[in-house]
Design a protein around this ligand. Structure first.
Ligand SMILES: Cc1cc2nc3c(=O)[nH]c(=O)nc-3n(C[C@H](O)[C@H](O)[C@H](O)COP(=O)(O)OP(=O)(O)OC[C@H]3O[C@@H](n4cnc5c(N)ncnc54)[C@H](O)[C@@H]3O)c2cc1C
Length: 388
């Protein structure tokens, strides 16, 4: 009898795991469950907003991918566990498993602000990018006066704000965005968790792009077309929430320890405490290396998918799983102006070279050859970007 492997989430970690299983896949009955039909290449979403690449280039069809590999694909949301060996899907269906891999990613963290959750736009998926593109079109068709308020001055907030400016400048013949872009940051500085050598030039770029920054900002009442910030009533505005991510709700439905971002705490082999047959990977997992939890990043999701494939192969051979030893290649803070700042293999990189590394990483991690090829053409300006 083949062992049943159920994977929740066909993002970086889930897809990598299926690919890395290789021939061991034929000794398993594998089911991939995802609430979406496509995996989305999230790091390039700001480039879609900026009009640099088409949204289609970021999508990777899961049904086709699974079909080619003899994996069953179920397009549904996982809702929880009914017992240690049965997954409950949102439509009520029960899926028994021998091994379960939770790789369901993360979602925007509204920190309990319900009005903002109802009104704000986010940038964490395909539908989000479509909504933001639509709003941009509406705003551009109306003329000046609108304000985009980006809540959160972390790297995604700064990147999103720069993408909006870039989109506005492109659309307007004068080369200036016909709307205001403003970052609202609760802390006394934007990009405050980065080393000064990276944060300072990145902040300078934000300023150079004409993005207004309000520090120590307190958001008050949130209405349909108005937002109160530090007592100031801002009208004709769009709220874009970029104030951090947390593990998806599914993680909260499970009776296992979590960190403050709601991520499931994992053992050194990425299994859950007391459940050696359940793995958590990528943004859903909190893996502590030394005394610090790993940040949410593609490279770790990818590596954890590979490691778990190797460990499942070992378990099938009657061997013990081996611990995951993360290697950090570094990080980059990209800006739509074609500059990026960060650290690669311990060396500080900046400006155009940083941007080159960012796109190189994106192309390297892109899930299909077709998308990779078309992305190169679009980024090089050799192919028209759809929807621009
Ligand atoms: C705008 C943006 C920019 C980013 N830029 C970078 C960057 O430059 N570099 C970098 O390293 N990282 C970046 N990240 C973070 C990076 O994208 C994530 O760390 C990575 O996608 C996590 O991979 P994953 O496999 O854990 O989850 P994901 O790739 O998010 O995949 C999770 C999958 O699970 C599915 N799912 C969710 N809930 C359920 C459920 N209940 N049932 C079934 N399926 C479910 C989702 O539909 C999705 O397909 C960025 C993220 C965002 C949002």
């Amino acid at each position: 009898m083949k062992k049943k492997l159920v994977i929740v989430g066909g993002g970086f970690a889930g897809v990598r795991l299926i690919r890395a299983l290789g021939r061991a896949a034929s000794r398993l009955e594998i089911t991939l469950v995802d609430r979406r039909e496509e995996a989305v290449f999230l790091p390039l979403l700001p480039d879609v907003v900026a009009g640099k690449v088409s949204l289609d280039r970021l999508l990777f069809g899961l049904e086709d991918f699974c079909g080619r590999r003899g994996v069953e694909f179920i397009n549904s949301a996982a809702a929880g566990l009914t017992d240690p060996h049965t997954l409950l899907l949102s439509a009520g269906r029960l899926l028994p498993f021998d091994f379960l891999v939770l790789a369901a990613g993360a979602e925007p963290n509204f920190h309990g602000n319900r009005p903002a959750r109802e009104i704000a736009l986010t940038l964490a998926g395909k539908a989000d990018a479509e909504r933001l593109q639509k709003r941009l079109e509406e705003v551009l068709s109306r003329g000046p006066g609108h304000t985009f308020l980006v809540v959160g001055g972390g790297y995604t907030g700064a990147e999103t704000a720069s993408a909006l400016v870039y989109a506005g400048r492109r659309a307007d013949r004068s080369g200036t965005a016909p709307f205001t872009v403003r970052i609202l940051e609760l802390a006394p500085e934007i990009l405050g968790n980065l080393p000064e050598g990276i944060a300072v030039p990145a902040r300078r770029e934000v300023k150079r792009l004409g993005i207004e920054v309000t520090l120590s900002a307190r958001i008050g009442e949130v209405g349909d077309d108005r937002i109160e910030v530090d007592g100031e009533d801002i009208r004709d505005c769009t709220l874009i929430w970029s104030a951090g991510m947390k593990a998806v709700d599914l993680a909260g439905e499970l009776d296992f320890p979590r960190d403050k971002q709601g991520r499931l705490k994992v053992n050194d082999d990425l299994t859950l405490p007391g459940a050696g047959h359940i793995f958590a990977l990528g943004d859903t997992a909190c893996f502590t290396a030394g005394d610090r939890p790993l940040r949410m990043a593609v490279q770790f999701s990818w590596a954890e998918g590979s490691k778990t494939a190797r460990n499942i192969r070992r378990i099938l051979k009657g061997k013990r799983p081996r611990p995951y030893r993360p290697f950090d290649y570094g990080y980059l803070i990209p800006c739509a102006s074609g500059r990026a700042w960060g650290i690669i293999l311990g060396i500080r990189v900046s400006g155009r070279l940083g941007s080159f590394f960012h796109y190189f990483m994106c192309l390297f991690r892109t899930l299909s050859w077709r998308n990779r090829f078309l992305l190169v053409l679009e980024l090089a300006g050799l192919k028209r970007v759809r929807g621009r």
